[in-house]
Design a protein. Structure first.
Length: 235
């Protein structure tokens, strides 16, 4: 009575080993190899992989290193504009308010106040952009002339490289935490994480989260209120 289950288990184990014998791992990629003359071929006939060309990446790193050496600054580099004309750098500063807030943090990321600058590569001219909490994420738009960044206060800013103007797009409330920003193709809106979208012109936050009761929030600086619900509008 007990032999049948044992035989069944042995049969299943043998089938599993047989299936594993027909495939292997190569540099993290599962490849299928064929048996030939009762031996495994040294080279798989079908390898599923995505080639990665390291030459452009190496050239980019070398070019950025050359630019950073050229500006010769003790400040910490943060980003280089796509046209290589401008470098964003920063320095940390002490803030009693931020240090007091950090002292109450048990788990999570600590905040650091910084001064953000731009340095023109050609002239080496340095200009102050502003005073912020440490920057969590930043992205250039498709033209490379607009930089959006998110700081540790969950505020979103846009810096115009042409006009050298800074604009506060969203001042997040204390109960919201964001991680990343990204541009739309037409540069008219900014997506925050993957569930909200900011219309730059109207300063409205459009939510894509199904379980939230609102669709839009007004984000005009200190004003933060619902302007449209899922089934009704507020005016």
């Amino acid at each position: 009575m007990c032999k049948t289950p044992k035989l069944l288990l042995m049969l299943m184990a043998a089938l599993l080993l047989l299936s594993l014998a027909s495939c292997t791992m190569k540099e993290g990629i599962l490849v299928q190899i064929e048996k030939k003359d009762n031996t495994f071929a040294n080279t798989p006939n079908n390898t599923f992989s995505t080639p990665f060309d390291v030459i452009p990446q190496k050239a980019l790193i070398e070019n950025n290193s050359k630019i950073l050496k050229g500006i010769n600054t003790d400040l910490t580099p943060l980003a280089i504009s796509p046209d290589n004309s401008l470098v964003f750098v920063y320095e940390t500063i002490k803030s009693p308010e931020v240090e007091a807030e950090n002292s109450r943090v048990i788990t999570g990321n600590l905040k650091q106040e910084i001064l953000l600058y731009t340095i023109t590569v050609e002239t080496k001219e340095k200009k102050l952009v502003g005073r912020f909490l440490n920057i969590k994420d930043l992205k250039f738009n498709n033209t490379g002339r607009m930089l959006a960044f998110l700081d540790a206060d969950n505020s979103v800013y846009i810096y115009d490289l042409t006009t050298e103007q800074l604009e506060l797009i969203m001042k997040a409330n204390k109960h919201t935490t964001y991680r990343q920003v990204s541009w739309s193709k037409d540069s008219k809106s900014i997506m925050i994480d993957t569930n909200s979208n900011i219309d730059i012109a109207s300063k409205e936050l459009i939510s894509y989260v199904v379980d939230k009761p609102y669709i839009k929030h007004s984000l005009n600086y200190n004003d933060y209120y619902i302007v449209q619900m899922k089934n009704a509008e507020y005016k």
